[in-house]
Design a protein. Structure first.
Length: 375
């Protein structure tokens, strides 16, 4: 701790996070363009720096120096405050997010509850951006974003509640410590499936990118934003992706504790903790990027019905199963069997719904790549 002052120590840690976050976003922006470029059989950024590694820095300089334009008829305060309402809650969520056993800003007893409560405030920013722009396309995108994020927030929270029931704690450090032998994904496969799908929707990425669909709302709530204001929306999106990826690694994959502690039967060194968290978080980030470059877009009615008629009942089913196992003190293997059977049934139902909705795949003109289309 710095000068034995916990408040000064927390401020210093948050300052480090505030510096690391923009650099991470620049790297992830370049990485995503490269990954999607590879999937679509093209090179991606190549001209600025070796292999285009300085393209993100060049784009950052451009956005910082670009003139910020505000529509004449826009509501000034709503338009100006919307980016901050989106970005600030996401950055506040990082306060309670441990990256290793010792690297965090604040170890909160109710850390899991705090993260879910604070990160949900960003929904207001999307509605503000759409309404304050005085643009019909932006308004439609903002309303769609609000409806989607509120809807998928419910199964996401229920999935986290299911994990908290098994762990009997909302402290992320305690949840990670309980996974020293077996990660919770082994006991909660259905919960993991629900969390991953809802996380995609919270990031409005394919197939849940209807709020920013270029073919319908020409960019969604952000269509009237430029320069530094637009970059704040981009910052919020990538920080949210890192937040969900780290959270999934902590509550489902054992965080920094597994499988090293199982292999070594001892404490996990700090270097090993950093490597484990980087690998697990990176796997989730790559999955989100993969989905963006490969999945077809859902219609708005399909998107909403999938949440309320599929994910929400499954999340409630998982909580009921957890309650039965905990109340009657059944062994953990029962959790694995029941949740695993429900996850298999859920995947089968999703497949049947996709076939019934007319989802099919066609060869693409881009080098024979196969892409999807929703009819």
């Amino acid at each position: 701790m710095i000068a034995d002052n916990p408040w000064l120590d927390a401020v210093a840690r948050m300052g480090i996070v505030a510096v690391v976050v923009p650099v991470t976003v620049i790297i992830l922006t370049w990485l995503e363009r490269k990954v999607i470029g590879r999937m679509q059989m093209r090179l991606g950024p190549m001209h600025v720096g070796p292999y285009g590694i300085l393209q993100g820095l060049a784009d950052t300089i451009k956005l910082l120096s670009k003139e910020g334009v505000r529509p004449h008829s826009a509501d000034r305060w709503t338009f100006e405050l919307a980016p901050f309402v989106i970005v600030v809650p996401v950055l506040m969520s990082l306060v309670a997010l441990p990256f290793t056993a010792d690297i965090f800003v604040r170890n909160m007893t109710m850390g899991l509850f705090y993260i879910l409560a604070v990160s949900g405030l960003s929904i207001v920013g999307f509605v503000m951006a759409g309404w304050g722009s005085d643009n019909k396309y932006a308004l439609i995108g903002g309303v769609r974003a609000g409806a989607q994020l509120i809807s998928y927030e419910i199964p996401l929270i229920l999935a986290v509640v299911a994990v908290a029931m098994v762990a009997q704690s909302l402290n992320l450090n305690v949840i990670v410590a309980l996974q020293h032998d077996t990660p919770f994904i082994a006991y909660q496969p259905l919960t993991f499936l629900i969390f991953t799908i809802a996380g995609l929707a919270e990031l409005y990425r394919q197939p849940f990118d209807i709020p920013v669909a270029e073919s319908e709302v020409v960019g969604g709530p952000f269509v009237e934003y430029s320069g530094i204001r637009w970059s704040m929306f981009q910052l919020g999106e990538f920080v949210s992706m890192v937040l969900i990826s780290v959270l999934a690694s902590l509550i489902f994959l054992g965080g920094w504790n597994w499988p090293w502690s199982w292999l070594s039967n001892g404490d996990v060194p700090t270097a090993a903790q950093i490597v484990l968290m980087a690998v697990k978080t990176g796997a989730f980030i790559m999955f989100f990027m993969w989905m963006r470059g490969s999945m077809p877009r859902l219609r708005i009615d399909q998107l909403m019905s999938f949440c309320w008629q599929m994910l929400l009942p499954l999340a409630l089913l998982q909580i009921i199963l957890n309650g039965l196992v905990l109340v009657y003190d059944w062994p953990n293997i029962i959790l694995t069997v029941l949740s695993g059977a429900a996850a298999v049934a859920a995947v089968y139902l999703i497949y049947r719904l996709a076939r019934a909705s007319g989802v099919r795949y066609q060869p693409s003109a881009l080098g024979g790549q196969r892409v999807g289309s929703v009819l």
